[in-house]
Design a protein around this ligand. Structure first.
Ligand SMILES: Nc1ncnc2c1ncn2[C@@H]1O[C@H](COP(=O)(O)OP(=O)(O)OP(=O)(O)O)[C@@H](O)[C@H]1O
Ligand SMILES: [Mg+2]
Length: 261
């Protein structure tokens, strides 16, 4: 059997904020075309780790490899062009622009196309077509002309997903995509993420606090705790891991159906 392709990898990746070690020499290999979740309690370093992958933060030491290439010191606009798309916990939607305009701008501003075509009419049409495709994919076609500020919260999360998808990334970093959503809306968004991952052959890295979601959708799970990797494995292995149970799952989360999140 062929070795599975590793699309993204970190080697002893570390981020210190003064005396605080937010990410402590983390080495993880992400297999292409899988959904790999990163879980861990608040402050474990998950968002910081994503910021290091995407180039939003410079690591203190260690390396990030994308398809074997060292991208450790690439700024965020470069990693987007290479095919790494990320969401933010703080939304970057333009509230007064329509859904379509937001997605079109994301296609345009972050697209991997050459910028010299940006001002031609044909490229505008291309971006507009692409935006319609993306809007359809995330289920917002009937809301295309609605100003983003008027969208219900659940649809805003879909729009954010659309904006990440717009430049057609190979890897999507999704940091708590269901945060703040009413629990009855969560399954629809998760199904959409799965469809994007499987149907689009993408690699998804997911940070998510809802354990039911994580256990059901992940191919692989890495557990972070105080900046370090506590465990890694398939969902069943993680669920059965005693160290994870005591240090983490037993306290904050349960593996049985839960209310809320
Ligand atoms: N810019 C920063 N400056 C200083 N400390 C920071 C900064 N960003 C994060 N930290 C600290 O680094 C640690 C890890 O934070 P991080 O946001 O990565 O955790 P997290 O796992 O994403 O948590 P949550 O589940 O709450 O989102 C925390 O102690 C946090 O306070
Ligand atoms: Mg976080």
């Amino acid at each position: 059997m062929e070795e599975p392709a590793i699309i993204l990898e970190t080697l002893n990746l570390r981020k210190e904020f003064g005396a605080l070690v937010a990410v402590a020499d983390v080495s993880i290999r992400f297999q292409a075309k899988t959904l790999h979740s990163i879980i861990g309690p608040n402050g474990a370093g998950k968002t910081t780790y994503f910021n290091l992958l995407s180039g939003n933060l410079e690591p203190t030491s260690g390396k990030v490899l994308f398809k074997g290439r060292d991208i450790t010191h690439q700024p965020v606009h470069r990693t987007i062009h290479m095919g790494i798309g990320r969401s933010f916990q703080i939304t970057n939607i333009f509230p007064n622009l329509s859904v379509l305009e937001n997605v079109r701008l994301a296609c345009q501003a972050l697209g991997r196309d050459n910028f010299r075509f940006l001002r031609t009419a044909s490229s505008f049409r291309r971006y507009e077509e692409r935006a319609w495709d993306v809007i359809e994919k995330v289920g917002l076609k009937t809301r295309a002309l609605t100003p983003a500020r008027n969208l219900p919260h659940g649809d805003q999360r879909k729009l954010e997903l659309g904006m990440i998808l717009a430049p057609d990334p190979e890897v999507l970093l999704l940091d708590e995509p269901t945060a703040g959503m009413a629990s009855e809306q969560v399954p629809e968004l998760i199904a959409l993420i799965q469809e994007i991952q499987r149907g689009g052959n993408k690699t998804v890295l997911l940070v998510e606090h809802n354990m039911n979601v994580v256990m059901s959708v992940s191919d692989r799970i890495t557990v972070m705790h105080q900046g370090q990797v506590l465990a890694e494995g398939a969902p069943a292995e993680i669920a059965a891991n005693e160290q994870v149970q005591t240090a983490y799952l037993g306290g904050l989360y349960q593996l049985s159906p839960q209310k809320g999140q």
